[in-house]
Design a protein around this ligand. Sequence first.
Ligand SMILES: [Fe+2]
Length: 420
Amino acid sequence: MIDIELSQSVNSLVSQFKLIRQQSLNLCSGLSEADMQAQSMSDASPLKWHLAHTTWAFESFLLKPLDKSYKQYNADYDYLFNSYYNGIGKQYPRPMRGLLTRPSFDEIINYRQYVDNAMCVWLDNLTTDQLTANKNQIEYLIQLCFNHEQQHQELILTDLKHLFSFNPQSPSLSTKHPFKDQLTTLSNNEAAMEQSVSFSAGLYFIGQNEAPSQAGIGFCFDNETPAHQYYLESFKLDTQLVSNADYVAFIEDGGYSKSEFWLSEAWQLIQSENRQMPLYWRKIQHQFYEHSLLGLRKLPLAHPVSHISYFEANAYANWKQKRLPTEQEWEVAAITQPEQFRGLYNQLWQWTSSSYSAYPGFKPTQGVVSEYNGKFMLNQYVLRGGSIATPQHHIRATYRNFFAPSAQWQYSGIRLAESI
Ligand SMILES: [Fe+2]
């Protein structure tokens, strides 16, 4: 299982650290070095690079600045495995990560072990005073690096799925792979479709007020803060995600050939790339199939439709004469009536109509990790919830995921809303 029991059952930071680090390796089980070397597109990274980059983050955000006894493993790695932190230095070009055949996979495992050993010693020797000094900044940075590794665990799965989609044999995960069980938990929609829950107009609180450990509420990223009031008009939110069968109806009604449903940029894209269906669907002898990590399979019509771009989600909503929820509507529903909704967190990320931007009063975390979230607040849309690929203790109602509106390779789906 991808789920990791964190803070409740594991009380030491060392134990949490070891569990999270091991999980990244578990997700690569049964894969060849070639599987972990290739890069399918510039948005995706080789699995080998993910394993090295998350290691580099522990080294760069914790060990180098905070452990005076730490000796860097290899200074060249600052260039190879820095993703986008200009405050640290230049970065190897992202679209070319697949060309880094050296360091070898074995060398990256050595790097991981070296940093893991240093991290365990450092964490073990941290005093409560050190942890809580400077408004708990060190504890925040530790949790940030834990959560960062978990974000990359999700990317390991989505990037692998994208890579495998180019292989006409549609490879499957090995039978012992820890994600294989999780994949079968995508649930069927219930027969009673199109139910929704109504919410009345009013002022609601959105977001979280403090950085994590200060408030004792568990971790959150800086982009979820500060809590603030937000006025919502009355609205309805569907209890279920849009299914594959629903989306087939959209396609069969000519959804991809009617410009009136599509944003201008979206229409240009589907025209230029001749898109007719979601990313991983295949039409073979008049039947829809989908590429999955279980191999190519007949499209499960009752499952929620997945790997949908914002462009597609928006077009589908227009066709249904509904709309996507705002991120505030989604959060209010998830906090006040979570039991009413199917698949809030453990199925697919859900696109919202909200552009990813700063909350009123937002202040980025200080230091080099100020680049973690804030600088991406442009030309992206917020997704809420979580997916089957998301580590279970990594999700919460206030979590703000974000991707470009054309992105399809994440486990992203559609939940519809209406104004009332
Ligand atoms: Fe990263």
